[in-house]
Design a protein around this ligand. Structure first.
Ligand code: KIV
Ligand code: ZN
Length: 514
């Protein structure tokens, strides 16, 4: 069995004599940068523990100098997990590195991830500098980080658009300065797969000492090529991939962890293996989606609701005769058990606690009681309670501290009649009421809400999603509300989608009304 925490660069082969690919998860750093996806420290610890169980090698826990919250999260995650290396991001400047080293104090295996932009765009426009100066800064950053930790990763930001000859000079210099991993990010998601693969091969063939470090990929998905580029990088010599759960991340996101893990599982002929326990993919994916309020597109590869659903008659017939006619993966391999027991109003606390445990949430005492109470309320309205519902209920208590709360909502609507809504809000324990009409129930309810909260605010994005099948399903609403030039994210979930919409709007307002 290969040891975890991998400063030992000899560890490149698995027990099966396959090449070992290290999984560097940046859900809690690049993924968490997405507006609306911010987690508090407790939630980050939950995700970090789930990632540890999933089997990732490295957890990028945050960018400590960016905020006290990020600093604290790196400290607490370092204490909470054992096996994965905990990594902290910095810019290539001493102050950042000092703060990262301090945040990593409690990590059993620690890494500082420092770097600088290497493309002409970054050198000229971001740093108003030149290639020689950037090279010197890169070397200095690595040497400075080495004073604190053995394991130093260097990123060449915008490597995707960096000239290969200059990139090779930087990579060679930082390895000589002591970098144990060199990250080649396609920061803008620009490269074509063959181009990115050629870049990695160029480095493997032209950098003196390249085998003293691990070359890593970090691909963004702006043109939908992140996974293809990552695989191309791996086929050309990269042995670490930087990924996020569900592919979340800046703009169009990062390479999805689950896609890389399953590609390598399905294509054994590539002779490359990760230590991911793929049966934990589904629960980890749901946990991240639920805590981050980030819905998974239904047709998302590997973890989407429809990823294993066969709807056409021809496909259904084929699958019934032989599953492999249309399925290249067994749903069980990603942890989807079609026979898993659904919870109902008759299920007890112990069953709920066990299900939460399977979903990566440890709960007991008052917290379990509160979740159980919500569970029973939902079970009264909905026959079968599934995993998404449970994750939703477990996340609800986060909204309890909101200043503005929905007290009641009554809506009349239908065909040929005007929609009318009356609403009651509790604001700092005082009740406010209003009524309004609109072109539909949501419009009427939001107009009534706006009569009470009289601020300049505009609804920018509004998504309603039902999780499963059935007219009794819980509807999830995601909203973006603009207020004084800033965008605030709101989330609501209810079996009544008008109520879910109002809850989402109130959730957003609570972020700017103090
Ligand atoms: O996309 C990128 O270049 C990054 C670096 C900071 C590693 O996220
Ligand atoms: Zn990135």
């Amino acid at each position: 069995m290969c040891e975890k925490g991998f400063f030992n660069l000899e560890i490149f082969k698995t027990d099966n004599n396959m090449d070992r690919l290290f999984i560097f998860d940046t859900t809690l750093r690049d993924g968490e940068q997405v507006p609306g996806c911010q987690l508090n420290t407790i939630e980050k610890i939950q995700v970090a523990r789930a990632l540890e169980t999933l089997g990732v090698d490295v957890i990028e826990a945050g960018f400590p100098i960016s905020s006290p919250g990020d600093f604290n999260s790196v400290v607490e995650i370092s204490k909470a997990v054992t096996w994965p290396t905990i990594c902290a991001l910095t810019r290539g400047v001493q102050k950042d590195i000092d703060v990262a080293a301090e945040a990593l104090k409690y990590a059993k295996n620690k890494r500082i991830h420092t770097g600088i932009g290497t493309s002409d765009f970054h050198i000229k426009h971001k740093f108003n500098s030149n290639q020689e100066d950037i090279l010197e800064r890169a070397i200095a950053a690595v040497k400075y980080a080495k004073k604190y930790v053995e394991d130093v990763e260097f990123y060449c930001e915008d490597a995707g658009r960096t000239d290969n000859v200059y990139l090779a000079r930087v990579v060679e210099a930082v390895i000589k300065a002591g970098a144990t991993v060199v990250n080649i990010p396609d920061t803008t998601g620009y490269c074509l797969p063959w181009e990115f693969g050629d870049k990695i091969r160029f480095l493997m063939e032209n950098v003196k000492g390249v085998h003293n470090a691990i070359i890593s990929t970090h691909c963004h998905n702006d043109l939908g090529m992140a996974t293809a580029n990552t695989i191309s990088g791996v086929l050309n010599g990269a042995r670490q991939v930087e990924v996020t759960m569900n592919g979340i991340g800046e703009r169009a996101g990062n390479t999805a962890l689950e896609e890389i893990a399953m590609i390598l599982k399905c294509h054994k002929g590539l002779n490359i293996e990760t230590q991911i326990n793929t049966q934990k993919i589904s629960s980890t994916s749901r946990l991240v989606s639920s805590l981050m309020n980030m819905p998974i597109q239904p047709n998302k590869a590997v973890v989407g609701r429809n990823a294993f659903a066969h709807s056409s008659g021809i496909h259904q017939d084929g699958v019934l005769k032989n599953r492999e006619s249309y399925e290249i993966m067994d749903p069980k391999d990603v942890g989807i058990d079609e026979n898993s027991i659904v919870l109902t109003a008759r299920s007890g606390r112990a069953a709920l606690k066990h299900r939460l445990h399977l979903l990566g949430m440890e709960t007991e005492g008052d917290k379990l009681d509160a979740i159980y109470e919500e569970f029973l309320k939902l079970a009264d309205r909905k026959k079968d309670i599934n995993d998404d519902d449970i994750l939703l209920i477990a996340g609800m208590e986060r909204n309890e501290k909101q200043r503005i709360k929905l007290d009641y909502l009554q809506v009349t609507s239908g065909v040929g009649v005007k929609a009318v809504a009356s609403i009651g809000l509790m604001i700092a324990n005082e009740k406010f009421e209003a009524a309004a009409s609109g072109n539909g129930p949501v419009d009427a309810a939001i107009k009534a809400l706006k009569q009470i909260i009289n601020r300049e605010m505009n609804l920018q994005e509004f998504t309603i999603q039902a999780i499963n099948k059935g007219s009794d399903d819980v509807g999830k609403v995601h909203m973006q509300v603009e207020h004084q030039g800033a965008i605030y994210y709101g989330f609501g979930a209810n079996t009544d989608i008008v109520a879910a919409s109002v809850e989402a709007y109130i959730n957003a307002i609570n972020k700017f009304v103090k």
